[in-house]
Design a protein around this ligand. Structure first.
Ligand code: HEC
Ligand code: HEC
Ligand code: HEC
Ligand code: HEC
Ligand code: HEC
Ligand code: HEC
Ligand code: HEC
Length: 273
Protein backbone atom coordinates (compact mmCIF):
# COMPACT_ATOMS: atom_id res chain seq x y z
CA UNK A 1 0.00 0.00 0.00
CA UNK A 2 1.17 3.54 -0.81
CA UNK A 3 2.19 5.56 2.20
CA UNK A 4 -0.69 7.87 3.06
CA UNK A 5 1.46 10.93 2.61
CA UNK A 6 1.71 10.50 -1.15
CA UNK A 7 -1.97 9.96 -1.62
CA UNK A 8 -2.69 13.43 -0.33
CA UNK A 9 -0.94 16.09 -2.38
CA UNK A 10 -2.26 18.64 0.10
CA UNK A 11 -0.35 16.92 2.92
CA UNK A 12 2.82 16.88 0.81
CA UNK A 13 2.40 20.54 -0.01
CA UNK A 14 1.84 21.30 3.62
CA UNK A 15 5.06 19.60 4.68
CA UNK A 16 6.98 21.22 1.82
CA UNK A 17 5.74 24.61 2.96
CA UNK A 18 6.61 23.79 6.55
CA UNK A 19 10.14 22.77 5.59
CA UNK A 20 10.55 25.86 3.43
CA UNK A 21 9.44 28.16 6.21
CA UNK A 22 11.72 26.37 8.68
CA UNK A 23 14.66 27.03 6.37
CA UNK A 24 13.67 30.69 5.98
CA UNK A 25 13.21 31.09 9.69
CA UNK A 26 16.58 29.49 10.41
CA UNK A 27 18.24 32.00 8.11
CA UNK A 28 16.74 34.83 10.11
CA UNK A 29 16.93 33.36 13.58
CA UNK A 30 17.17 36.31 15.92
CA UNK A 31 20.57 36.27 17.57
CA UNK A 32 22.37 34.75 14.60
CA UNK A 33 25.47 36.62 13.49
CA UNK A 34 24.62 39.56 11.23
CA UNK A 35 26.65 40.46 8.12
CA UNK A 36 28.13 43.41 9.95
CA UNK A 37 29.18 41.19 12.86
CA UNK A 38 30.80 38.65 10.51
CA UNK A 39 32.89 41.43 8.96
CA UNK A 40 33.98 42.66 12.36
CA UNK A 41 34.83 39.13 13.48
CA UNK A 42 37.18 38.87 10.51
CA UNK A 43 38.75 42.21 11.34
CA UNK A 44 39.34 41.33 14.98
CA UNK A 45 40.74 37.90 13.97
CA UNK A 46 43.17 39.66 11.64
CA UNK A 47 44.48 41.48 14.68
CA UNK A 48 45.20 38.07 16.19
CA UNK A 49 42.64 38.61 18.96
CA UNK A 50 39.78 36.38 20.09
CA UNK A 51 36.55 37.95 18.84
CA UNK A 52 33.86 38.92 21.34
CA UNK A 53 35.52 37.44 24.39
CA UNK A 54 36.53 39.88 27.00
CA UNK A 55 37.88 43.16 25.69
CA UNK A 56 39.27 42.23 22.27
CA UNK A 57 42.00 44.37 20.82
CA UNK A 58 45.18 44.56 18.79
CA UNK A 59 47.48 41.60 19.29
CA UNK A 60 50.25 42.37 21.71
CA UNK A 61 48.71 45.61 22.94
CA UNK A 62 48.91 46.28 26.65
CA UNK A 63 46.97 48.42 29.06
CA UNK A 64 48.50 51.83 29.63
CA UNK A 65 45.87 53.55 31.79
CA UNK A 66 43.60 56.51 31.14
CA UNK A 67 46.21 59.16 31.96
CA UNK A 68 48.06 58.23 28.78
CA UNK A 69 44.98 59.03 26.71
CA UNK A 70 44.31 62.41 28.24
CA UNK A 71 47.43 63.86 26.60
CA UNK A 72 45.81 63.74 23.18
CA UNK A 73 42.11 63.32 23.95
CA UNK A 74 41.57 66.09 26.41
CA UNK A 75 37.90 66.59 25.55
CA UNK A 76 36.95 62.95 26.15
CA UNK A 77 39.13 62.73 29.25
CA UNK A 78 37.46 65.76 30.84
CA UNK A 79 33.94 64.57 29.99
CA UNK A 80 34.59 61.06 31.10
CA UNK A 81 35.80 61.99 34.57
CA UNK A 82 32.24 62.45 35.80
CA UNK A 83 30.55 59.73 33.73
CA UNK A 84 28.63 56.69 34.88
CA UNK A 85 31.35 54.32 33.69
CA UNK A 86 34.16 56.26 35.36
CA UNK A 87 32.59 55.28 38.66
CA UNK A 88 32.76 51.54 38.11
CA UNK A 89 35.61 49.11 38.29
CA UNK A 90 35.60 45.88 36.37
CA UNK A 91 35.33 42.74 38.46
CA UNK A 92 37.62 39.81 37.67
CA UNK A 93 41.34 39.27 37.32
CA UNK A 94 41.99 41.70 34.54
CA UNK A 95 41.67 44.77 36.70
CA UNK A 96 43.72 46.74 34.22
CA UNK A 97 40.77 47.11 31.85
CA UNK A 98 39.66 50.28 33.57
CA UNK A 99 38.72 53.75 32.46
CA UNK A 100 39.04 54.42 28.75
CA UNK A 101 40.35 50.96 28.06
CA UNK A 102 37.26 49.22 29.41
CA UNK A 103 35.53 50.07 26.13
CA UNK A 104 38.43 50.81 23.80
CA UNK A 105 40.73 47.90 24.66
CA UNK A 106 44.41 48.09 25.63
CA UNK A 107 46.07 51.12 24.06
CA UNK A 108 49.85 50.66 23.99
CA UNK A 109 50.14 50.14 20.22
CA UNK A 110 47.84 53.10 19.55
CA UNK A 111 49.82 55.34 21.89
CA UNK A 112 53.22 54.19 20.60
CA UNK A 113 52.09 55.03 17.08
CA UNK A 114 50.99 58.51 18.08
CA UNK A 115 47.31 57.65 17.73
CA UNK A 116 45.39 57.35 14.48
CA UNK A 117 42.41 55.36 13.28
CA UNK A 118 42.18 51.57 13.21
CA UNK A 119 44.34 50.75 16.24
CA UNK A 120 41.63 51.11 18.91
CA UNK A 121 38.25 49.49 19.34
CA UNK A 122 35.58 52.05 18.51
CA UNK A 123 32.23 50.98 19.99
CA UNK A 124 30.45 53.15 17.48
CA UNK A 125 31.25 50.62 14.79
CA UNK A 126 31.90 47.72 17.11
CA UNK A 127 28.97 47.34 19.45
CA UNK A 128 30.31 44.14 20.97
CA UNK A 129 32.49 46.37 23.15
CA UNK A 130 29.29 47.19 25.03
CA UNK A 131 27.84 43.68 24.89
CA UNK A 132 30.93 42.39 26.69
CA UNK A 133 29.46 43.70 29.93
CA UNK A 134 25.83 44.32 28.97
CA UNK A 135 25.10 40.81 27.80
CA UNK A 136 21.37 41.15 28.38
CA UNK A 137 21.33 43.96 25.82
CA UNK A 138 22.54 41.62 23.09
CA UNK A 139 19.47 39.50 23.76
CA UNK A 140 17.18 42.54 23.64
CA UNK A 141 18.64 43.64 20.30
CA UNK A 142 18.05 40.14 18.96
CA UNK A 143 14.29 40.21 19.56
CA UNK A 144 12.10 40.16 16.42
CA UNK A 145 11.51 43.94 16.48
CA UNK A 146 14.58 45.96 17.39
CA UNK A 147 16.64 49.02 16.57
CA UNK A 148 19.18 47.95 13.91
CA UNK A 149 22.26 48.29 16.15
CA UNK A 150 23.72 44.83 15.58
CA UNK A 151 23.18 45.37 11.85
CA UNK A 152 25.49 48.40 12.09
CA UNK A 153 22.87 50.94 10.96
CA UNK A 154 23.05 52.79 14.27
CA UNK A 155 24.90 52.50 17.55
CA UNK A 156 24.35 52.66 21.28
CA UNK A 157 25.83 56.13 21.19
CA UNK A 158 22.94 57.45 19.11
CA UNK A 159 20.94 57.35 22.36
CA UNK A 160 23.58 57.04 25.10
CA UNK A 161 26.45 59.37 25.83
CA UNK A 162 29.30 57.02 26.60
CA UNK A 163 31.63 59.77 27.82
CA UNK A 164 29.01 62.12 29.14
CA UNK A 165 28.18 62.80 32.74
CA UNK A 166 25.05 60.69 32.52
CA UNK A 167 25.13 57.76 30.15
CA UNK A 168 21.36 58.09 30.14
CA UNK A 169 21.30 61.82 29.40
CA UNK A 170 17.62 62.21 30.14
CA UNK A 171 17.58 60.95 33.71
CA UNK A 172 19.60 63.97 34.82
CA UNK A 173 16.63 66.25 34.37
CA UNK A 174 13.45 64.51 33.33
CA UNK A 175 12.17 61.56 31.39
CA UNK A 176 10.99 63.91 28.70
CA UNK A 177 14.59 64.23 27.54
CA UNK A 178 14.43 60.65 26.28
CA UNK A 179 12.23 62.05 23.54
CA UNK A 180 14.94 64.43 22.35
CA UNK A 181 17.22 61.48 21.64
CA UNK A 182 14.44 59.89 19.61
CA UNK A 183 13.47 63.02 17.67
CA UNK A 184 16.86 63.12 15.97
CA UNK A 185 15.57 60.35 13.75
CA UNK A 186 11.81 60.23 14.37
CA UNK A 187 10.73 63.75 13.50
CA UNK A 188 7.08 62.91 12.85
CA UNK A 189 6.48 62.15 16.51
CA UNK A 190 7.81 65.53 17.62
CA UNK A 191 4.82 67.51 16.46
CA UNK A 192 3.88 70.18 17.44
CA UNK A 193 0.34 68.85 17.53
CA UNK A 194 -2.84 70.80 18.10
CA UNK A 195 -3.90 67.97 20.38
CA UNK A 196 -0.96 66.47 22.16
CA UNK A 197 -1.13 63.13 23.84
CA UNK A 198 -0.02 63.82 27.39
CA UNK A 199 1.39 60.30 27.63
CA UNK A 200 4.41 61.47 25.63
CA UNK A 201 5.45 63.68 28.52
CA UNK A 202 6.35 60.50 30.36
CA UNK A 203 8.77 59.63 27.59
CA UNK A 204 8.61 57.36 24.58
CA UNK A 205 9.73 54.44 26.72
CA UNK A 206 6.37 54.33 28.53
CA UNK A 207 4.96 52.56 25.47
CA UNK A 208 8.04 51.37 23.55
CA UNK A 209 10.72 48.89 24.57
CA UNK A 210 13.40 50.91 22.86
CA UNK A 211 16.10 48.26 22.50
CA UNK A 212 13.85 45.56 21.16
CA UNK A 213 10.56 43.79 21.71
CA UNK A 214 8.59 40.75 20.68
CA UNK A 215 5.83 43.12 19.61
CA UNK A 216 5.51 44.98 16.33
CA UNK A 217 6.70 48.65 16.53
CA UNK A 218 8.62 47.67 19.64
CA UNK A 219 5.52 48.13 21.78
CA UNK A 220 5.42 47.13 25.46
CA UNK A 221 2.12 45.39 24.75
CA UNK A 222 0.34 44.73 21.49
CA UNK A 223 -3.21 45.10 22.84
CA UNK A 224 -5.39 47.42 24.92
CA UNK A 225 -3.27 46.83 28.01
CA UNK A 226 -0.81 49.31 26.52
CA UNK A 227 -3.34 52.09 26.98
CA UNK A 228 -5.38 50.83 29.93
CA UNK A 229 -2.42 51.21 32.26
CA UNK A 230 -3.31 54.90 32.32
CA UNK A 231 -6.87 55.00 31.02
CA UNK A 232 -8.65 52.71 33.44
CA UNK A 233 -11.07 54.91 35.32
CA UNK A 234 -13.52 54.36 38.15
CA UNK A 235 -16.50 54.08 35.82
CA UNK A 236 -14.64 51.69 33.47
CA UNK A 237 -15.43 50.62 30.72
CA UNK A 238 -16.40 54.23 30.31
CA UNK A 239 -13.24 56.03 29.12
CA UNK A 240 -13.02 59.76 28.60
CA UNK A 241 -16.73 60.03 29.37
CA UNK A 242 -17.93 57.61 26.71
CA UNK A 243 -18.82 53.91 26.89
CA UNK A 244 -16.05 51.66 25.55
CA UNK A 245 -17.26 48.13 26.33
CA UNK A 246 -18.05 47.20 22.72
CA UNK A 247 -15.12 49.15 21.28
CA UNK A 248 -12.54 47.47 23.51
CA UNK A 249 -13.73 44.08 22.32
CA UNK A 250 -13.22 44.95 18.65
CA UNK A 251 -9.45 45.50 18.73
CA UNK A 252 -6.58 47.58 20.08
CA UNK A 253 -7.35 51.22 20.99
CA UNK A 254 -4.98 52.34 18.26
CA UNK A 255 -6.48 50.24 15.45
CA UNK A 256 -8.15 51.58 12.32
CA UNK A 257 -11.02 53.96 12.97
CA UNK A 258 -10.00 54.57 16.58
CA UNK A 259 -7.09 56.49 18.14
CA UNK A 260 -4.62 55.94 15.32
CA UNK A 261 -2.86 59.26 15.99
CA UNK A 262 -1.45 57.97 19.29
CA UNK A 263 1.39 60.49 19.36
CA UNK A 264 -0.81 63.52 18.79
CA UNK A 265 -3.29 64.86 16.27
CA UNK A 266 -3.94 68.02 14.29
CA UNK A 267 -7.42 66.93 13.27
CA UNK A 268 -9.24 65.48 16.22
CA UNK A 269 -9.06 65.93 19.99
CA UNK A 270 -9.61 62.20 20.44
CA UNK A 271 -6.33 61.50 18.65
CA UNK A 272 -7.53 60.43 15.25
CA UNK A 273 -6.34 61.27 11.76
C1 HEC B 1 49.80 60.65 20.91
C2 HEC B 1 48.43 61.06 20.89
C3 HEC B 1 47.38 60.01 21.26
C4 HEC B 1 47.32 59.25 22.42
C5 HEC B 1 48.29 59.22 23.58
C6 HEC B 1 46.07 58.51 22.32
N1 HEC B 1 45.44 58.79 21.14
FE1 HEC B 1 43.68 58.05 20.51
N2 HEC B 1 43.87 58.99 18.72
C7 HEC B 1 44.87 59.89 18.42
C8 HEC B 1 44.66 60.38 17.07
C9 HEC B 1 45.50 61.40 16.35
C10 HEC B 1 43.50 59.72 16.58
C11 HEC B 1 42.85 59.88 15.21
C12 HEC B 1 41.83 60.95 15.31
C13 HEC B 1 41.15 61.23 13.99
O1 HEC B 1 41.51 60.65 12.97
O2 HEC B 1 40.23 62.05 14.04
C14 HEC B 1 43.04 58.86 17.64
C15 HEC B 1 41.91 58.05 17.55
C16 HEC B 1 41.37 57.38 18.63
C17 HEC B 1 40.15 56.63 18.59
C18 HEC B 1 39.27 56.40 17.35
C19 HEC B 1 39.80 55.17 16.65
C20 HEC B 1 39.00 54.74 15.44
O3 HEC B 1 39.52 53.88 14.70
O4 HEC B 1 37.86 55.20 15.23
C21 HEC B 1 39.94 56.10 19.83
C22 HEC B 1 38.78 55.23 20.27
C23 HEC B 1 41.04 56.53 20.65
N3 HEC B 1 41.90 57.30 19.89
C24 HEC B 1 41.18 56.21 21.99
C25 HEC B 1 42.34 56.42 22.71
C26 HEC B 1 42.57 55.88 24.03
C27 HEC B 1 41.56 55.06 24.82
C28 HEC B 1 43.82 56.26 24.39
C29 HEC B 1 44.55 55.88 25.67
C30 HEC B 1 44.78 54.47 25.84
C31 HEC B 1 44.37 57.06 23.31
N4 HEC B 1 43.44 57.11 22.30
C32 HEC B 1 45.61 57.64 23.30
C33 HEC B 1 45.89 60.27 19.26
C34 HEC B 1 46.20 59.71 20.47
C1 HEC C 1 31.56 53.17 28.27
C2 HEC C 1 32.44 52.98 27.15
C3 HEC C 1 33.48 54.03 26.85
C4 HEC C 1 34.48 54.46 27.67
C5 HEC C 1 34.79 53.98 29.07
C6 HEC C 1 35.23 55.44 26.92
N1 HEC C 1 34.70 55.57 25.67
FE1 HEC C 1 35.49 56.65 24.13
N2 HEC C 1 33.96 56.06 22.91
C7 HEC C 1 32.90 55.28 23.31
C8 HEC C 1 31.92 55.24 22.25
C9 HEC C 1 30.58 54.53 22.28
C10 HEC C 1 32.45 56.00 21.19
C11 HEC C 1 31.83 56.28 19.82
C12 HEC C 1 30.71 57.27 19.91
C13 HEC C 1 31.09 58.68 19.90
O1 HEC C 1 31.93 59.07 19.10
O2 HEC C 1 30.49 59.43 20.68
C14 HEC C 1 33.74 56.48 21.62
C15 HEC C 1 34.59 57.25 20.85
C16 HEC C 1 35.84 57.74 21.28
C17 HEC C 1 36.79 58.44 20.44
C18 HEC C 1 36.65 58.68 18.95
C19 HEC C 1 35.88 59.88 18.63
C20 HEC C 1 35.81 60.03 17.13
O3 HEC C 1 36.05 61.11 16.68
O4 HEC C 1 35.50 59.04 16.45
C21 HEC C 1 37.84 58.79 21.24
C22 HEC C 1 39.07 59.54 20.81
C23 HEC C 1 37.55 58.28 22.57
N3 HEC C 1 36.33 57.65 22.56
C24 HEC C 1 38.37 58.44 23.66
C25 HEC C 1 38.10 58.00 24.93
C26 HEC C 1 38.90 58.30 26.09
C27 HEC C 1 40.17 59.15 26.07
C28 HEC C 1 38.33 57.68 27.16
C29 HEC C 1 38.74 57.75 28.62
C30 HEC C 1 38.93 59.05 29.17
C31 HEC C 1 37.15 56.97 26.66
N4 HEC C 1 37.04 57.21 25.31
C32 HEC C 1 36.32 56.16 27.42
C33 HEC C 1 32.78 54.60 24.50
C34 HEC C 1 33.62 54.74 25.59
C1 HEC D 1 33.61 46.84 31.53
C2 HEC D 1 32.19 46.66 31.59
C3 HEC D 1 31.31 47.66 30.84
C4 HEC D 1 31.42 48.07 29.53
C5 HEC D 1 32.47 47.66 28.50
C6 HEC D 1 30.30 48.94 29.29
N1 HEC D 1 29.53 49.06 30.42
FE1 HEC D 1 27.86 50.19 30.64
N2 HEC D 1 27.84 49.79 32.63
C7 HEC D 1 28.65 48.87 33.27
C8 HEC D 1 28.27 48.80 34.68
C9 HEC D 1 28.88 47.88 35.73
C10 HEC D 1 27.20 49.74 34.86
C11 HEC D 1 26.44 50.05 36.14
C12 HEC D 1 26.93 51.35 36.72
C13 HEC D 1 26.07 51.85 37.83
O1 HEC D 1 25.02 51.28 38.08
O2 HEC D 1 26.46 52.87 38.41
C14 HEC D 1 26.96 50.33 33.56
C15 HEC D 1 25.97 51.25 33.28
C16 HEC D 1 25.52 51.59 32.01
C17 HEC D 1 24.33 52.34 31.71
C18 HEC D 1 23.41 52.98 32.73
C19 HEC D 1 22.54 52.00 33.42
C20 HEC D 1 21.68 52.67 34.43
O3 HEC D 1 20.96 51.95 35.09
O4 HEC D 1 21.72 53.91 34.56
C21 HEC D 1 24.25 52.44 30.35
C22 HEC D 1 23.16 53.13 29.55
C23 HEC D 1 25.40 51.77 29.80
N3 HEC D 1 26.15 51.26 30.85
C24 HEC D 1 25.69 51.69 28.45
C25 HEC D 1 26.90 51.21 27.94
C26 HEC D 1 27.31 51.35 26.57
C27 HEC D 1 26.51 52.02 25.48
C28 HEC D 1 28.53 50.74 26.45
C29 HEC D 1 29.43 50.65 25.23
C30 HEC D 1 29.82 51.93 24.64
C31 HEC D 1 28.88 50.24 27.77
N4 HEC D 1 27.86 50.55 28.63
C32 HEC D 1 30.03 49.54 28.06
C33 HEC D 1 29.65 48.14 32.68
C34 HEC D 1 30.12 48.30 31.40
C1 HEC E 1 17.04 53.95 20.34
C2 HEC E 1 17.77 54.47 21.45
C3 HEC E 1 18.66 53.51 22.22
C4 HEC E 1 19.66 52.72 21.73
C5 HEC E 1 20.13 52.58 20.29
C6 HEC E 1 20.24 52.05 22.87
N1 HEC E 1 19.57 52.42 24.01
FE1 HEC E 1 19.95 51.75 25.90
N2 HEC E 1 18.35 52.79 26.61
C7 HEC E 1 17.56 53.65 25.85
C8 HEC E 1 16.51 54.20 26.69
C9 HEC E 1 15.42 55.17 26.25
C10 HEC E 1 16.69 53.63 27.97
C11 HEC E 1 15.83 53.86 29.21
C12 HEC E 1 14.73 52.86 29.19
C13 HEC E 1 13.84 53.00 30.37
O1 HEC E 1 14.08 53.85 31.22
O2 HEC E 1 12.91 52.20 30.41
C14 HEC E 1 17.87 52.78 27.89
C15 HEC E 1 18.39 52.07 28.97
C16 HEC E 1 19.61 51.37 28.93
C17 HEC E 1 20.25 50.75 30.08
C18 HEC E 1 19.79 50.82 31.52
C19 HEC E 1 18.45 50.21 31.77
C20 HEC E 1 18.38 48.77 31.32
O3 HEC E 1 17.55 48.50 30.44
O4 HEC E 1 19.16 47.93 31.77
C21 HEC E 1 21.38 50.13 29.61
C22 HEC E 1 22.39 49.35 30.42
C23 HEC E 1 21.44 50.37 28.18
N3 HEC E 1 20.35 51.12 27.80
C24 HEC E 1 22.45 49.90 27.35
C25 HEC E 1 22.46 50.02 25.98
C26 HEC E 1 23.45 49.40 25.10
C27 HEC E 1 24.61 48.56 25.56
C28 HEC E 1 23.12 49.74 23.83
C29 HEC E 1 23.78 49.31 22.53
C30 HEC E 1 23.99 47.89 22.36
C31 HEC E 1 21.92 50.59 23.90
N4 HEC E 1 21.55 50.71 25.21
C32 HEC E 1 21.31 51.17 22.80
C33 HEC E 1 17.72 53.94 24.52
C34 HEC E 1 18.60 53.32 23.66
C1 HEC F 1 19.94 57.21 15.00
C2 HEC F 1 18.55 57.16 14.59
C3 HEC F 1 17.50 56.67 15.57
C4 HEC F 1 17.27 57.10 16.86
C5 HEC F 1 18.06 58.10 17.69
C6 HEC F 1 16.08 56.40 17.31
N1 HEC F 1 15.61 55.58 16.31
FE1 HEC F 1 13.93 54.48 16.36
N2 HEC F 1 14.39 53.66 14.55
C7 HEC F 1 15.51 53.97 13.81
C8 HEC F 1 15.63 53.03 12.71
C9 HEC F 1 16.73 53.03 11.66
C10 HEC F 1 14.53 52.16 12.82
C11 HEC F 1 14.19 50.97 11.96
C12 HEC F 1 13.31 51.40 10.87
C13 HEC F 1 13.01 50.23 9.98
O1 HEC F 1 13.41 49.10 10.27
O2 HEC F 1 12.31 50.48 9.00
C14 HEC F 1 13.76 52.60 13.98
C15 HEC F 1 12.56 52.04 14.37
C16 HEC F 1 11.80 52.47 15.45
C17 HEC F 1 10.46 52.03 15.79
C18 HEC F 1 9.66 50.98 15.03
C19 HEC F 1 9.09 51.62 13.80
C20 HEC F 1 8.43 50.65 12.88
O3 HEC F 1 7.85 51.14 11.90
O4 HEC F 1 8.49 49.43 13.11
C21 HEC F 1 10.07 52.68 16.92
C22 HEC F 1 8.76 52.54 17.66
C23 HEC F 1 11.17 53.54 17.31
N3 HEC F 1 12.19 53.40 16.38
C24 HEC F 1 11.18 54.32 18.43
C25 HEC F 1 12.29 55.04 18.86
C26 HEC F 1 12.40 55.65 20.17
C27 HEC F 1 11.33 55.61 21.23
C28 HEC F 1 13.62 56.26 20.21
C29 HEC F 1 14.24 57.02 21.37
C30 HEC F 1 14.45 56.27 22.60
C31 HEC F 1 14.28 56.03 18.93
N4 HEC F 1 13.45 55.28 18.16
C32 HEC F 1 15.53 56.55 18.56
C33 HEC F 1 16.38 55.00 14.05
C34 HEC F 1 16.47 55.70 15.24
C1 HEC G 1 0.90 56.15 24.55
C2 HEC G 1 1.83 55.20 24.02
C3 HEC G 1 2.93 55.70 23.13
C4 HEC G 1 3.92 56.62 23.41
C5 HEC G 1 4.11 57.39 24.70
C6 HEC G 1 4.76 56.68 22.24
N1 HEC G 1 4.30 55.82 21.28
FE1 HEC G 1 5.14 55.49 19.46
N2 HEC G 1 3.62 54.19 18.99
C7 HEC G 1 2.60 53.83 19.84
C8 HEC G 1 1.74 52.89 19.17
C9 HEC G 1 0.51 52.24 19.75
C10 HEC G 1 2.29 52.68 17.89
C11 HEC G 1 1.78 51.74 16.79
C12 HEC G 1 0.73 52.36 15.97
C13 HEC G 1 0.20 51.37 14.99
O1 HEC G 1 0.59 50.20 14.99
O2 HEC G 1 -0.61 51.81 14.19
C14 HEC G 1 3.48 53.53 17.80
C15 HEC G 1 4.29 53.62 16.67
C16 HEC G 1 5.47 54.35 16.62
C17 HEC G 1 6.37 54.40 15.48
C18 HEC G 1 6.19 53.71 14.16
C19 HEC G 1 5.56 54.63 13.15
C20 HEC G 1 4.10 54.84 13.41
O3 HEC G 1 3.71 56.00 13.70
O4 HEC G 1 3.35 53.86 13.36
C21 HEC G 1 7.41 55.23 15.82
C22 HEC G 1 8.58 55.60 14.95
C23 HEC G 1 7.16 55.68 17.18
N3 HEC G 1 5.98 55.13 17.63
C24 HEC G 1 8.00 56.52 17.86
C25 HEC G 1 7.69 57.08 19.10
C26 HEC G 1 8.48 58.11 19.72
C27 HEC G 1 9.73 58.72 19.14
C28 HEC G 1 7.87 58.39 20.92
C29 HEC G 1 8.26 59.45 21.94
C30 HEC G 1 8.29 60.80 21.43
C31 HEC G 1 6.71 57.52 21.04
N4 HEC G 1 6.62 56.76 19.91
C32 HEC G 1 5.85 57.51 22.13
C33 HEC G 1 2.41 54.26 21.13
C34 HEC G 1 3.17 55.21 21.77
C1 HEC H 1 1.46 57.13 30.58
C2 HEC H 1 0.03 57.21 30.67
C3 HEC H 1 -0.76 57.06 29.37
C4 HEC H 1 -0.74 56.01 28.49
C5 HEC H 1 0.09 54.74 28.56
C6 HEC H 1 -1.72 56.31 27.48
N1 HEC H 1 -2.30 57.52 27.73
FE1 HEC H 1 -3.72 58.45 26.61
N2 HEC H 1 -3.69 60.05 27.82
C7 HEC H 1 -2.95 60.16 28.97
C8 HEC H 1 -3.23 61.44 29.62
C9 HEC H 1 -2.62 61.94 30.91
C10 HEC H 1 -4.17 62.09 28.80
C11 HEC H 1 -4.82 63.47 29.03
C12 HEC H 1 -5.84 63.40 30.11
C13 HEC H 1 -7.06 62.66 29.68
O1 HEC H 1 -7.74 63.12 28.74
O2 HEC H 1 -7.38 61.63 30.29
C14 HEC H 1 -4.44 61.19 27.68
C15 HEC H 1 -5.35 61.47 26.68
C16 HEC H 1 -5.72 60.58 25.68
C17 HEC H 1 -6.72 60.83 24.67
C18 HEC H 1 -7.50 62.12 24.48
C19 HEC H 1 -8.63 62.18 25.42
C20 HEC H 1 -9.97 62.20 24.74
O3 HEC H 1 -10.87 62.83 25.28
O4 HEC H 1 -10.17 61.57 23.70
C21 HEC H 1 -6.79 59.70 23.91
C22 HEC H 1 -7.72 59.47 22.72
C23 HEC H 1 -5.83 58.76 24.43
N3 HEC H 1 -5.20 59.32 25.52
C24 HEC H 1 -5.60 57.51 23.91
C25 HEC H 1 -4.62 56.65 24.32
C26 HEC H 1 -4.26 55.42 23.64
C27 HEC H 1 -4.92 54.91 22.39
C28 HEC H 1 -3.27 54.85 24.36
C29 HEC H 1 -2.55 53.56 24.05
C30 HEC H 1 -1.85 53.52 22.78
C31 HEC H 1 -2.97 55.72 25.48
N4 HEC H 1 -3.82 56.80 25.42
C32 HEC H 1 -2.01 55.47 26.43
C33 HEC H 1 -2.07 59.22 29.47
C34 HEC H 1 -1.76 58.02 28.88
Amino acid sequence: MQPRLYRYPVTVLFFAALMFSTVCFAAETPGAETKKEKKLTEKVKSWGAVPWEGIHSMKGAEYVGSEACAVCHEKQALEFKHSTHARISVPGDDVKAQGCEMCHGPGSIHVDNGGGRGTMVNPKENVSACFTCHMDKKAEFSLPHHHPVREGKMSCSDCHKAHGEEVRPWSATSLENINEACFHCHKEQRGPFVWEHEALREGCATCHKVHGSVNDKMLMARDNNLCLRCHTQVNFPSIGGSGHAGRLASGPCFSAGCHTAVHGSNFDEHLRY
